[in-house]
Design a protein. Structure first.
Length: 134
């Protein structure tokens, strides 16, 4: 889902992990409703429904996928439906955007609809090496 433009090699996954771990602060996965912007360089004006902090190091590479690790569950800051997520590293750079929700989304959560104060649990976010599309 990350780069539909070909195969993600182990080197690309390592570079991605280095980018996620950049800076002194942990990376964050910010959860939003609505449509994602057209690119990672487009800033978001909306307040996230929730923010999930990543551990440092943020993950490990197993086989051809990057398995990210989170510091724990988050609490919904406001009510809403999570439809996409933005991963921002410790220096404030956007690493990637992905779709979010329940089964089938790149970022799989315990629910897609949240009420303020409710727990947000990441079921999985595995960045898989995309296969060549024929």
């Amino acid at each position: 889902h990350m780069h539909g433009d070909g195969l993600m090699t182990i080197d690309m996954l390592r570079a991605l992990l280095r980018r996620i771990d950049a800076g002194l602060d942990p990376a964050e996965l910010r959860l939003f409703s609505g449509r994602p912007p057209r690119g990672i360089d487009v800033p978001t004006q909306i307040e996230p429904i929730g923010i999930i902090e990543l551990l440092r190091p943020a993950g490990r590479i197993t086989g051809a996928s990057l398995d990210l690790r989170f510091s724990g569950d988050a609490v919904a800051r406001r009510s809403g439906r999570v439809q996409w997520a933005r991963l921002v590293n410790g220096v404030g750079e956007v690493v990637f955007d992905c779709d979010a929700g329940t089964e089938g989304a790149a970022l799989e959560l315990n629910y897609s609809e949240y009420i303020e104060g409710g727990p947000i649990v990441v079921r999985r976010l595995i960045i898989v090496q995309p296969t060549q599309e024929t």
